[in-house]
Ligand binder design. Structure first.
Ligand code: SF4
Ligand code: SF4
Ligand code: SF4
Length: 312
């Protein structure tokens, strides 16, 4: 099956922009794409999570990420607050678990965060160099070899997932969960984090089966669950979806994410802005790349921390 990347969505980069500036964006092939019906997903049942962080450790190992400063059995990380926010994914952690003390609950609640692998990903739609691909299996993967480091995808993602890293001054790259695509998903195997969970919080399967399973679980136990699967419709639907025993905003989830794919907003945006604004991120990226090369040559490198601070 043909993979979807931004080229398929918007018929190319500058050509897409040119079409948009001429008011033609709505005629792109993007309008017809509504995700892969056979795509895989994960149903995350937040009522089962005990915050053990085994999923974080498994992801770290599977993805060959650096050892964290604090070990995975150090639960003081749940008290960390950065810029007024709980922990977020970053270049060293494609998934993190946070604790929520919800009034009326006799125990803390926990939520695992990672890329939700949207059916119609805003990161992909916004990328002007086609660095992102939605695979038929359901993963949203990223090709660092074409990334110019403009960080438009970071702004576009409704779940604040992509983070930025300069692996060297010449190789800007985005870091995010890849659904264990190369090592597992493409062979039909569940992700490492799913397999490692001792509580069976996560169920791996066909997205459409998981939606059915989620609704059955809610129906069988209506007092245990909120009557909603987060991700069934949010942002046009996501491969990773959630069940919760408390309203989703009480465990830090954005309940204002539009039900429509973010793609639709991008298309509207492309339809009304002048060409110069459409191509600005690409121009910015070019200047940025030149600047980092100059810094590297003059010895004023751009540190990874700098990159983070300039992000969000
Ligand atoms: S959650 Fe964000 S990074 Fe992941 S696929 Fe959706 S838009 Fe892209
Ligand atoms: S799916 Fe793979 S890459 Fe994503 S959080 Fe789980 S282990 Fe990490
Ligand atoms: S491994 Fe399972 S129970 Fe432990 S923190 Fe992760 S999702 Fe929660």
């Amino acid at each position: 099956m043909k993979r979807i990347n931004r080229r398929n969505f918007l018929k190319g980069t500058f050509f897409g922009g040119a079409a948009a500036s001429l008011g033609l964006a709505r005629k792109s092939s993007a309008a017809a794409f509504e995700g892969y019906p056979e795509g895989m997903g994960v149903l995350v049942d937040l009522t089962r999570c005990v915050g053990c962080r085994s999923c974080e450790a498994a992801c770290n190992k599977e993805q060959g990420l650096p050892e964290p400063e604090k070990s995975f059995d150090d639960y003081s990380v749940f008290d960390e607050v950065h810029h007024g926010q709980k922990r977020r994914t970053d270049e060293g952690a494609y998934t993190v678990v946070n604790r929520y003390d919800v009034p009326g609950q006799d125990h803390p609640l926990f939520r695992k965060i990672q890329c939700n692998h949207c059916n119609e990903p805003a990161c992909l739609t916004s990328c002007f160099v086609n660095a992102y691909t939605k695979t038929p299996e359901g993963a949203v993967i990223y090709d660092p070899s074409v990334c110019v480091g403009c960080r438009t995808c970071m702004v576009a993602c409704p779940f604040y997932i992509p983070t930025f890293k300069y692996s060297s001054a010449f190789s800007p790259r985005i870091m995010k969960c890849v659904f264990c695509y190369d090592t597992r998903l493409k062979y039909g195997r569940p992700p490492a984090c799913v397999e490692a969970c001792p509580q069976e919080v996560m169920t791996f399967g066909r997205r459409r089966d998981l939606i059915k399973m989620g609704h059955e679980r809610i129906k069988e136990n209506p007092s245990k669950y909120v009557d909603h699967i987060y991700g069934e419709h949010e942002a046009g639907g996501t491969a990773w979806m959630y069940l919760s025993g408390v309203p989703f905003d009480q465990v830090g989830m954005d309940t204002h994410v539009p039900k429509e794919p973010i793609l639709n907003f991008v298309k509207d945006f492309l339809g009304v802005v002048p060409m110069v604004l459409v191509i600005w991120p690409a121009l910015f990226a070019g200047f940025h790349l030149l600047a980092t090369r100059k810094d590297a040559l003059t010895g004023h490198g751009h540190s990874e921390k700098d990159g983070e601070d300039q992000g969000r």
